[in-house]
Design a protein around this ligand. Structure first.
Ligand code: PLP
Length: 332
């Protein structure tokens, strides 16, 4: 078993395809902070990872689509909703690298595709429509078999790229964030981070990174877009453990990282705005010039707002909104 230092070294030297503009900025939001009575409010702008309109998936794909993974591959296959950000970035990667891309996506609303659905097609992906999300695994499997029979060599990316490899993108992001907050010199000794969470890879990666550098001064809140909090919690911790063991040759104790999943912003369900998420979208737009999406970031921001209005932030704390992207969804 490797030591923590050796595991960190393995993380640093892990093969990756550079896609993201890193580090993403950590920006102060004083005006929004004043509106929320919170003077030390920041946004970590992963919406600005850049590639194909950015967002959190770009960091994950750097590892999931690293050169060794692509050896001999002719086609990428993945799945998601009609407004999937993961499908968008995967399709753009395929276009950039001259690969075929098959996206298994649920049927969207009638009419011309908009937002991410438009971008999926713009990047040249072949779309396989399904009626219900429960069909995704079986349809991905049948598509893969058809591709193999046709002489292609497909690489299947699980939904959201929330695999141990994908987590490494956010393990690195956690270290990047630590480096940024360590030079703030604002007198705070604790950081509270709010992020949207769905397939769990983003939070799992953050947990992994923080456990590796043994940071217990950063408290993570994963705001669910759909799943019950206890299930998401278990997924994140398991994924973090698996990534450490399978890829970095070490064991971590995810319990040392203060982490909680929250599911009280889901409302009527995945992708359905709530009063609080609409208010968050307006506040972030008007007071910070930040674009939130209806499915993920507006609900994470709503949780952050509820937290600030409820408890406020004590003097020793700063609050960071991890902006995971998704803006095309607002324009759908
Ligand atoms: C914009 C955005 N934010 C957050 C998430 C959630 O990330 P994860 O699936 O890693 O939990 C997603 C995932 O689809 C996303 O597209």
């Amino acid at each position: 078993m490797l030591s923590r230092i050796e595991a960190l070294d393995r993380l640093r030297t892990q093969p990756r395809t550079r896609l993201a503009n890193l580090p993403t900025p950590l920006v102060p939001l004083p005006r929004l902070g004043r509106a929320l009575n919170a003077s030390r409010l920041w946004a970590k702008m992963d919406a600005e990872t850049g590639f194909a309109l950015g967002g959190n998936k770009v960091r994950k794909l750097e590892y999931v689509l690293a050169p060794p993974m692509l050896d001999g591959i002719t086609c990428l296959v993945t799945a998601g909703g009609p407004q999937s950000n993961h499908c968008r970035v995967t399709a753009a990667f395929a276009a950039r690298h001259g690969l075929r891309c098959i996206l298994v996506t649920n049927r969207g609303p009638e009419g011309d595709p908009t937002g991410n659905a438009l971008l999926h097609r713009l990047f040249g992906a072949e779309i396989v429509l399904i009626e219900d999300r429960s069909e995704r695994p079986s349809r991905m499997e049948s598509v893969t078999q058809e591709l193999l029979a046709a002489g292609e060599t497909p690489l299947v990316l699980p939904i959201g790229a929330s695999t141990p490899l994908g987590c490494l993108g956010y393990a690195s992001a956690a270290i990047e964030l630590c480096n940024q907050i360590d030079v703030l010199n604002d007198g705070c000794t604790e950081t509270v981070v709010f992020s949207a969470s769905s397939s769990g890879g983003t939070l799992a990666g953050l947990i992994l990174g923080l456990a590796l550098v043994q940071r217990t001064d950063i408290r993570l809140f994963g705001v669910s877009a759909d799943e019950p909090a206890d299930e998401l919690d278990a997924v994140c911790r398991t994924l973090a453990r698996d990534a450490a063991a399978d890829l970095l040759g070490t064991t971590i104790d995810p319990e040392i990282v203060p982490f909680e999943s929250i599911d009280d912003q889901v409302g009527d369900g995945y992708g359905i705005p709530t009063t609080a998420s609409r208010e968050a979208t307006e506040l972030f737009g008007r007071q910070a010039g930040i674009v939130l999406d209806p499915t993920y970031t507006s609900k994470a921001a709503a949780a952050l707002i509820a937290h600030l209005r409820g408890d406020g932030i004590p003097d020793h704390q700063r609050c960071v909104f991890l902006h995971t992207g998704g803006a095309p969804g607002l324009l759908a």
